[in-house]
Design a protein around this ligand. Structure first.
Ligand code: NAP
Length: 284
């Protein structure tokens, strides 16, 4: 079987093209969509993500307000900064780069982001929205990017067996909810799952969000399955790789997402889409 690579770029481009007109309409109504990015310290991963997100926002005409605080910032200073953004009517989305330093009470900081501006689905309000379908807040960008990728490639999840490896609050669990919403039959695996390979082989669509370099291989994939690799890891040579051993599943999977160039390249476009949606909601 020939395995098709599902690349992220066309998906990202399509999302951006779909929001440019909406951004123009908002601006015509005197609403300039604005994303605030809060970074604490100088971690290279955070700076890299901030830079990518900023470029993406600017490319579609979304304003970026960058708030950079010292790694030694106090709890109260950070609380004040996040509260100020929540109360700032010119800011429509708040992206808090995480994890925060250990001395910070992360849960408390997240709770200060108002759900209307929680474009990466961090707050309890967004989780209620996702899990109870109340429409409050937003789903996290990465699992949303997976849904965009499947949708763009006309892969219908309705009635399919979807197996998700990983149950974190940022990827695995919200992914399960988004798949359920689209009527998939969902299994969520984790480190205590027995006979992971055989559970994964039951998947029509396998989503790997494990955080272990190339752990998922041909033994986990049934013939013709779609494999979505959410992982971002470094291999033993320091090169970026996913949770899937892509070479190993070639010829078995019908489709697989590459790393880099797959799901990760869609997330900032989803972020932009969420900022636009947040800005639109305030005008309704
Ligand atoms: P995480 O919080 O570390 O969660 C990993 C999950 O994998 C946990 O649920 C864990 O199970 C499970 N797991 C670990 N080892 C396992 C094993 N041997 N067998 C079965 N399950 C196992 O990671 P995360 O934040 O969800 O991120 C997952 C991956 O996605 C990482 O590579 C991360 O870098 C990447 N990521 C990518 C993006 C993107 O934009 N593409 C965004 C966020 C994250 P337990 O719950 O039992 O511990």
């Amino acid at each position: 079987m020939e395995t098709v690579l599902l690349k992220g770029k066309p998906v990202a481009d399509n999302i951006c093209a779909s929001i440019v007109g909406e951004i123009e309409r908002l601006k015509a109504d005197s609403v300039e969509p604005c994303l605030a990015i809060v970074r604490v310290g100088q971690k290279p991963d955070d700076i890299y993500y901030e830079s990518g997100a900023t470029k993406r926002m600017q490319s579609v005409g979304i304003k970026v307000k960058s708030v950079v605080l010292d790694a030694e910032v106090s709890q109260s200073e950070l609380e004040d900064a996040v509260s100020a953004l929540s109360n700032d009517a010119s800011v429509h989305g708040i992206l808090l780069l995480m994890p925060l330093p250990r001395h910070i009470d992360e849960k408390r900081i997240k709770s200060l982001i108002c759900p209307e501006k929680d474009i990466d689905g961090l707050t309890d309000g967004s989780m209620v929205g996702l899990y109870a379908g109340t429409g409050e807040g937003f789903a996290p960008c990465t699992p949303s990017a997976v849904m965009e990728l499947l949708d763009f490639n006309c892969i219908d999840v309705c009635g399919k067996n979807v197996v998700i490896v990983g149950r974190s609050l940022v990827v695995g669990k919200p992914q399960a909810m988004l798949m359920l919403e689209k009527n998939a039959t969902v299994t969520v695996c984790h480190s205590k799952t027995k006979d992971l390979k055989s559970v994964c082989r039951g998947a029509d669509i396998l989503v790997a969000a494990v955080g272990r370099a190339r752990m998922i291989n041909k033994d986990h994939v049934k013939n013709g399955a779609v494999v979505v690799d959410v992982g971002i890891n470094q291999d033993e040579n320091g090169a970026m790789c996913g949770d899937v051993d892509t070479e190993s599943v070639m010829g078995i999977a019908s489709k697989v997402t590459p790393v880099p160039g797959g799901v990760g390249s869609i997330t900032t476009s989803v972020l932009a889409k969420h900022v636009v949606e947040a800005a639109k909601r305030i005008t309704r």
